[in-house]
Design a protein around this ligand. Structure first.
Ligand SMILES: *Cc1c(COP(=O)(O)O)cnc(C)c1O
Length: 405
């Protein structure tokens, strides 16, 4: 997408605005399937918590993707979007037995990540095919908030508890059809990932009736120029080979599953916001925009760097700006960042705004959440409207009238 396209969309649909490029999502999906083309049975389950707009779900469904969900509401959105229940996986953490049973009743593949619920579920429903989430305790991840495979993590059943796990499965006679791991976001080293895969294979050898192995996600995408990313092609080559060897050893052609979120949608998204005010202090030039961490929290929450472009003046002389939001709290998107010269009224584009951006937005400061647009066939299609005042009042009731004493 060109700066002029983005400028036109912000004029047409208003600001702030999320824009997603359908072609980019498609090319990422195809890149992943191509990297693993040597695996006979491959399945991509899009991790919808990254970006859960129904139109995006439908776009990926059309490409052949399955869905990875973490709540019953995500399951319901997936069904609403047209996914067959057998193409939906449910990988929750810390949810109740009741919710797991409800999702199971919808015909969705459940994935259990603790021994307590596994034992209770297995005792009640021994015939239901269940997947188990293992924690391989491999430290992989760019940031302590998004590393979920390490020793203190709340996610998954520790590989050190395998004997206990196997005992529960034998006692309940439950039907384990898959083993899963998700070590955390931002895998930079393929050897580390392959090491975790070996731990998954070791766990898999304890179960005789497996149908699939799910390697989760954690593919890193570039956030700025020359940033490192997971080498998907190399991972595809090496892991496919190991996976096929394991299938031969296991005596059955298993399905290899990945559940990427960020990889599929991060780079496809841009967030457009308008410069409300330029404020020069003795040390800094602030650019205050018509948004804040209510719309895009990753810089404040994870310390993420989103590249920022001035689409109103993409070729101007570069100057240093601190880009800040309008929320009444420290709300900094970028400190002393080089951006092409800004004027009040200019439109900024924040790159990599497809994953964990809109889906983490809130109404803090009683602001509306922005609209979302899908760019497809050289045109912008509105896939979610801006919120309105009615949305803020929805589900609220005024103070009850009290009887005077
Ligand atoms: C969040 C999540 C993913 C997706 O992670 P990305 O880093 O966005 O690719 C995959 N699997 C599970 C279980 C998750 O919770």
């Amino acid at each position: 997408m060109q700066p002029k396209d983005l400028l036109q969309l912000s004029e047409q649909f208003g600001s702030p605005l999320y824009v997603y490029d359908a072609d980019k999502i498609k090319s990422q999906y195809n890149r992943l399937t191509k990297a693993f083309s040597k695996v006979e049975k491959l399945r991509i389950n899009y991790a919808m918590k990254a970006l859960s707009n129904v139109a995006i779900l439908q776009l990926l469904e059309g490409m052949g993707s399955g869905l990875d969900t973490v709540s019953i509401q995500e399951v319901q959105l997936g069904l609403h979007a047209g996914y067959a229940p057998e193409r939906i996986f449910y990988t929750p953490n810390g949810v109740s037995l009741e919710e797991i049973e409800e999702v199971n009743a919808l015909g969705v593949q459940i994935n259990i990540d603790n021994l307590s619920i596994l034992e209770q579920f297995g005792a009640k429903h021994p015939n239901v095919p269940v997947c188990i989430r293992i924690n391989p305790h491999v430290m992989a991840g760019g940031n302590a908030n998004i590393s979920v495979g390490h020793i203190d993590s709340k996610f998954g059943i520790s590989v050190h508890q395998l004997p206990h796990l196997v005992r529960i499965v034998e006692n309940t006679k439950m039907n384990i059809v898959g083993i899963h791991m998700h070590t955390g976001s931002d895998i930079l080293d393929i050897e580390v990932f392959l090491y975790a895969a070996e731990i998954l294979f070791d766990a898999a050898r304890h179960f005789k009736d497996l149908e699939f192995l799910d390697f989760g996600s954690g593919f890193k995408v570039p956030y700025k120029k020359d940033d490192i990313e997971t080498d998907i092609e190399e991972l595809g080559k090496k892991l496919s080979k190991r996976f096929n060897e394991f299938c031969t050893e296991y005596g059955r052609n298993l399905t290899l599953i990945f559940e990427p979120g960020k990889f599929l949608v991060s780079e496809a998204g841009q967030f457009l916001a308008k410069v409300n005010v330029i404020k020069q202090t003795t040390s800094t030039v602030f650019a205050g925009i018509d948004s804040g961490f209510n719309h895009l929290i990753r810089p404040m929450f994870y310390g993420s760097q989103h590249h920022i472009e001035n689409v109103s003046n993409p070729k101007g002389k570069e100057r240093f700006y601190s880009v800040v939001g309008y929320i009444c709290e420290t709300d900094t998107f970028a400190n002393n960042r080089r951006i092409s010269e800004l004027k009040e009224g200019d439109i900024l584009s924040f790159k990599n705004a497809g994953a964990y951006c809109y889906s983490m937005a809130s109404n803090y400061n009683s602001r509306y959440r922005p609209a979302e647009v899908l760019w497809m066939g050289g045109k912008g299609h509105l896939i979610r409207a801006h919120e309105t005042f009615e949305d803020l009042l929805k589900n609220q009731f005024p103070l009850p009238v009290q009887e005077k004493v």
